[in-house]
Ligand binder design. Structure first.
Ligand code: G2I
Length: 464
């Protein structure tokens, strides 16, 4: 007997009963009350991440919290220039690879940080200038982005290139002195090397509308108008005891340029306001539909670069702080990334409109107990990255499977935010632990990389 079918029937009957009793609100809020940061963020179509120091992966308390609460990681130092290319042309990926493996084994996505930055350059680059430095920098971007191709959700391609203070201009650095176009050259090289990664510009002291954030805003607007490949802007958000009142408005003006925004290095000075500021930042992200996720810069207070500021969500012992609860509540209260497709229509019928006689559209809205999937492809000669969007039907999902049938010669080499069974022909992707449960109309994404061509693939989605 089809066990799933019985379960679905039971869910439908229960939902219908609840509807008849006018209990839709209860049903909806129950479905979205996550009990971990990652579950609550995922229910709203976002990720919740932490910066991870490789050496901490052997600390049990640390790893327990990391795996329970977070579904995205950023290497705190392991993918920086000094770590990945300690001598010119000699690349070292041990630390970065270890973190990627941990992420993949635990269903987490990875933000790459950072391809180019004026700080933490290896000694050999610090003493270079001009064309030699420009070439070395672009080679660095190409090599590192190629090594991690298909494994990175978003790269901080360039970090902290704008000056503090009122100028709104670029920071002086050896990279800046190679010519003002060094940033766009880096973005173009990163796109060519990893077409599936979102490419971000990342900076701090951009926590509101100010001269520095406006300088960055103007650069992003210019890049978008000239087709320089930029997809996202990271707002580090290393915060003190107050938050600018236009924090959310600032995120929104960037989103309105057509880029995603992310909170990338959040930490907040401890004290009376800490929980409130954490919650306000979380709410701001939830209120901006292009804000795709939040990362705290570390896991526990004692893991933080800010030492005695006690700037994070967990005590050293592993206990949750008040700030943790305020963030979790703000995630649970926030709107999801896509509005529910089941908005009720007007209560009075149109007076003269006849019922439609045309056949139903080719992509019907999700059925009562199903899901739909759509794919977008980034292809190059001999390879591709596929991003798949899964949308739950009106009954939500407890889990989902997406099948694709690849053309002959194509093969899946890498998958993120799902588990693949098979690599050629018909390949079935199943949700990972944090993204199987979706509310009605909610969307989640996974991806896979492959060799050959995936042109024309049509995904089919099955919910459980
Ligand atoms: O400074 C806070 C962050 C600001 N935005 C960019 C981030 O990349 C930056 O992270 C910090 C790390 O949290 C620190 O862990 O970047 C620092 C370097 O500027 C990192 O500190 C370095 C120490 O300076 C080194 O002495 C040490 O070898 O960490 C290294 C690895 O432990």
């Amino acid at each position: 007997m089809n066990h799933k079918r019985v379960l679905r029937l039971a869910v439908t009957v229960a939902a219908t009963g609840a509807l008849a009793a006018g209990m839709t609100m209860t049903l909806t809020s129950t479905a979205s009350a996550g009990t971990t940061l990652k579950a609550s963020a995922a229910e709203k179509g976002r990720y919740f991440g932490a910066a991870v120091a490789g050496q901490k992966l052997s600390d049990n308390t640390y790893v327990t919290i990391l795996n329970r609460e977070f579904n995205s990681v950023v290497p705190e130092n392991d993918m920086k220039w000094d770590a990945t290319e300690p001598q010119q042309g000699r690349f070292s990926y041990t630390g970065g690879d270890r973190l990627v493996s941990h992420a993949q084994a635990n269903g987490m996505s990875v933000r790459g940080h950072a391809l180019l930055w004026h700080a933490q350059q290896p000694g050999w680059a610090q003493s270079m200038s001009g064309t030699a430095l420009r070439n070395a920098a672009i080679n660095h971007v190409t090599q590192v982005a190629t090594h991690f191709r298909g494994k990175i959700y978003a790269w901080d391609v360039v970090n902290e290139a704008f000056a503090d203070g009122g100028s709104g201009g670029r920071r002086d650095s050896n990279l800046q002195r190679t010519g003002n176009d060094w940033i766009e050259a880096a973005f173009r090289a990163a796109r060519a090397a990893d077409p599936g990664a979102k490419l971000c510009y990342n900076d701090y002291n951009t926590d509101g509308i100010n001269a520095k954030s406006t300088g960055i805003y103007n650069m992003v607007r210019d890049f978008r108008s000239r087709g320089v490949p930029i997809d996202c802007v990271g707002f580090q958000s290393h915060l003190g005891t107050s938050l600018a009142s236009d924090y959310q408005a600032n995120l929104q003006r960037f989103a309105d340029l057509g880029v995603d925004v992310q909170i990338t290095e959040l930490d907040v000075m401890s004290g009376g306001n800490q929980a409130n500021i954490f919650a306000a930042v979380t709410r701001a992200c939830m209120n901006v539909s292009r804000c795709t996720g939040i990362t705290t810069w570390g896991v526990r207070d004692c893991d933080s670069w800010r030492g005695s500021d006690n700037a994070l969500l967990f005590e050293c012992s592993g206990n949750k702080k008040a700030a943790y609860t305020s963030v979790l509540n703000a995630l649970n209260a926030g709107p999801g990334i896509t509005p529910s497709p089941t908005t009720p229509g007007p209560t009075t019928p149109g007076p003269t409109t006849p019922p439609p006689t045309t056949p139903p559209p080719t992509t019907p809205p999700p059925g009562p107990d199903g899901c739909t999937a759509s794919v977008s492809l980034n292809s190059w000669t001999g390879g591709f990255v596929a991003s798949v969007k899964v949308t739950a039907g009106s009954a939500g999902t407890n889990g989902w499977n997406v099948s694709v049938t690849l053309p002959g010669g194509a093969s899946v080499t890498n998958t993120w935010s799902a588990t693949a069974s098979g690599a050629t022909g018909t390949v079935r992707f199943t949700n990972v632990n944090y993204n199987g449960r979706l509310g009605a109309g909610q969307v989640t994404e996974f991806g896979f990389q492959g060799t050959g061509s995936a042109a024309g693939v049509t995904p089919t989605c099955t919910a459980s």
